[in-house]
Design a binder for this molecule. Structure first.
Ligand SMILES: Cc1cc2nc3c(=O)[nH]c(=O)nc-3n(C[C@H](O)[C@H](O)[C@H](O)COP(=O)(O)OP(=O)(O)OC[C@H]3O[C@@H](n4cnc5c(N)ncnc54)[C@H](O)[C@@H]3O)c2cc1C
Length: 484
């Protein structure tokens, strides 16, 4: 993603004028207090500061006011008011996004859903859970797993992001290889339109073809079409047996080739994560202690699961053999939670570790057909060498989704600006030539919008703009996102 260097209020105001949005007045703040209660309306600079950014390095913009909604009715009334006063509204979950989606680039109101954080119902008969949008995703996991049930989507930061944010971003996670992503589990949504009207889409239904599928339209719409206020998710029985493997390799390409081998042998692991040496060493430096096989050129982190020990063991033996045939140094197996946590610790800390390593960095999230992973990883290495820059790749190799961090290290600012743009464009061209797309799960947001025309036909972008205009004719809901 490209750091836009937006510098708070000053830049936001410039854009504001262009779109003729109105500023937030004292009268509007009073009205917001009447709607949500004064304690849930923030105007003091120090209380607003956390809402000026998400997890994109260097991207900041200051809202004029933050409202902490506590109900769909609050959301509806805030949106009606914003409509009347022509003030932009940016919905926000936990602010963990990696494309600037929750950053209020046109200032106005940040509408935080963090306090709508109740699990409303766990329906054991229908295997469905109903939640508010501000529930932390990891809390859904724990609530259903306590009942022997399973909500598979597992963004790597599941203990810090919200389910509303996951829906708006169409989030994925390591288990997408076998279980798919957020959109595969959402059966119903309540959402508030920019006009303030509340719609109820879908329900506790496994099947439903009644009209256009607005549930799926809202998923991945990055908070630009409506604000989600209630969510119905379908659940699966919790797999009875799980085993995790950490597999270190001397050669980067051998690890990448193993991913294709495993899939070609008709084994579908729950996860196949890929990490290269630089990411493990960065985690080691962050933790200030050793992580297993940190000197290996690359690692695969594989999880196998199933309903019986025999079936999982059969897959385990086959996968272990395939890894060793490709020259793996070893296959470390974790069967209990403590060892599993140890194997996964490094993977979950990579983004933090790379930020620690080079506070200025640039992250991409490209996705290709999984058989193209070796070609993609080879191309990324060549790009890094061509531009003499450190690029660290890791991510969800099993579903073709590779994250790569370009590290600024000690490069001077002017060169960094040029290099990040050239590297981004080269990697996007490579990805598209391999039949891929420029983002697999982090979204377009602010940081990728200028590249949308590289990836989509003009006609597709035109249709998307028309959809946006139908929902939000005055462009008040999360303006400045997705479209170039
Ligand atoms: C360390 C780290 C690891 C990550 N790993 C993954 C991963 O494995 N997979 C993955 O997919 N992502 C990952 N992410 C990205 C991030 O966690 C996801 O994008 C997540 O979905 C963001 O949720 P949030 O609650 O923080 O949303 P925010 O950042 O607050 O918002 C994201 C977008 O959703 C909109 N939004 C939020 N709530 C609503 C709502 N109720 N209605 C309408 N729009 C709304 C916002 O306007 C914004 O456009 C990672 C991020 C970090 C920092």
């Amino acid at each position: 993603m490209v750091n836009q260097g937006l510098n708070g209020q000053k830049n936001a105001k410039l854009v504001l004028n262009k779109h003729k949005y109105e500023p937030v007045t004292a009268r509007l703040v009073d009205s917001l207090c009447q709607i949500a209660g004064a304690a849930n309306v923030l105007t003091e600079p120090e209380r607003i500061e956390p809402y000026t950014h998400d997890e994109v390095v260097g991207l900041r913009a200051r809202p004029e006011v933050v409202v902490l909604a506590r109900s769909a009715d609050h959301v509806s009334r805030v949106l009606r008011l914003a409509q009347r006063e022509r003030v932009p509204v940016t919905p926000r979950g936990a602010g963990m996004g990696l494309s600037g989606g929750a950053v209020p680039v046109h200032a106005g109101i940040v509408l935080s859903l963090e306090k709508m954080s109740r699990i409303l119902e766990l329906d054991r008969e229908n295997l469905m859970i109903t939640v508010e949008p501000g529930v932390i995703t990891g809390d859904i996991h724990r609530a259903v797993e306590a009942e022997g049930l399973f909500y598979p989507p597992d963004p790597a930061n599941l203990d810090s992001c919200t389910i509303g944010g996951n829906i708006a971003e169409g989030a994925g996670g390591p288990r997408a290889v076998k279980y798919g992503v957020t959109k595969d589990y959402v059966c119903g949504l309540d959402a508030v339109l920019p006009s303030g009207e509340i719609i109820h889409c879908g329900g506790k239904l496994v099947k439903n073809v009644t009209g256009y599928d607005l549930v799926q339209l809202l998923i991945g719409s990055e908070g630009t079409l409506a604000v989600v206020t209630r969510i119905i998710l379908r659940l699966l029985p919790l797999p009875k047996v799980r085993v995790d493997l950490l597999v270190p390799y001397d050669e980067f390409q051998a690890a990448a080739a193993t991913v294709s081998d495993i899939i070609a042998h008709r084994v579908l692991p729950a996860t196949i994560e890929f990490m290269e040496r630089d990411s493990m060493l960065a985690v080691e430096r962050l933790l200030e202690r050793e992580v297993p096989f940190s000197e290996a050129e690359a690692h695969l982190l594989i999880q196998l699961d199933g309903s019986s020990q025999a079936a999982v063991d059969e897959d385990l033996n086959l996968v272990g053999d395939l890894c060793l045939e490709r020259g793996a140094q070893d296959v470390l197996v974790a069967r209990d939670q403590r060892t599993r946590d140890r194997l996964w610790e490094a993977r979950r800390l990579i983004i933090d570790a790379l930020n620690n390593e080079s506070p200025v960095n640039h992250m991409e999230d490209v996705v290709v057909p999984r058989a193209a992973i070796p070609a993609l990883l080879k191309g990324i290495k060549e790009t890094a060498a061509r531009h003499a820059v450190r690029i660290v790749s890791f991510g969800h190799a099993g579903d073709g989704n590779v994250h790569l961090n370009v590290l600024k290290d000690s490069m001077d600012d002017a060169q960094w600006e040029v290099v990040t743009q050239l590297v981004t464009e080269e990697i996007y061209r490579l990805t598209l030539s391999l039949g891929g797309m420029i983002t697999g799960e982090h979204g377009i947001g602010v940081t990728r919008r200028r590249y949308l025309p590289m990836a989509l036909e003009e006609e597709q972008i035109r249709l998307m703009r028309q959809i946006k205009a139908i929902f939000d004719p005055n462009e008040l809901l999360n303006p400045g996102k997705i479209f170039p």
